[in-house]
Design a protein around this ligand. Sequence first.
Ligand code: ZN
Length: 242
Amino acid sequence: MRTLVISDIHANLTALEAVLADAKPFDAAWCLGDLVGYGPDPNECIARVRDLPNLACIIGNHDAATLDQIDAESFNPEARQAIQWTQEALVDASVAFLRALPERVNLDDVTLVHGSPRHPVWEYLLDTQNATRSFEHFESPYCFVGHTHLPSVYYLGENHSSAKLFIPEAGTRLVLSPRAILNPGSVGQPRDRDPRAAYAIFNTDEQVWEYHRIPYDVTLVQKRMREAGLPDRHIQRLSAGW
Ligand code: ZN
């Protein structure tokens, strides 16, 4: 089965459409949270994700903050502003979709969480120490995470005592071996200094992870964010990919 793995769309429909067009055909889609926040198209992104085939989707911290499930005070002022804007923009059907999202999905070979298997909604996996601890918090061969907006692969070394970090280049095709924690990067707000939308394809039969980047019309999204009155800092960062 060819599965699309996406995360951190952040209401960027233009980036999402570019990814879906580039990735097709796929049999299933796994979405690792943060569908909303930052971007101008929260309802459209939710509607698009909702209709993807064989969807598994989990909640991210921005989704949870939009639902008032976590305190938006813990976000920086601009992120908080974007969350308030999103709360006003969301229609009832979008709110109902986000409310139904679980924090964790356990599939046959893969655990899906937004942040980390230890703290699914909040923890950032940014170093090998945290990643090493994380391996104790899921049972499956693989765990797919988002949240950092940084494409990355953590795997257990030979002695299985500490995790190693591998940062893939666009176009990388990895034949996986247990166990590993993989992040496909962000669709709608990449933070690795590459503004192109990021996604992965996981072939469940061959256990292959293909990591992709695809350009999209960043200027168009920036224009729409400006018209919507979204924070300037978030508009600027899209073109630099940080
Ligand atoms: Zn995010």
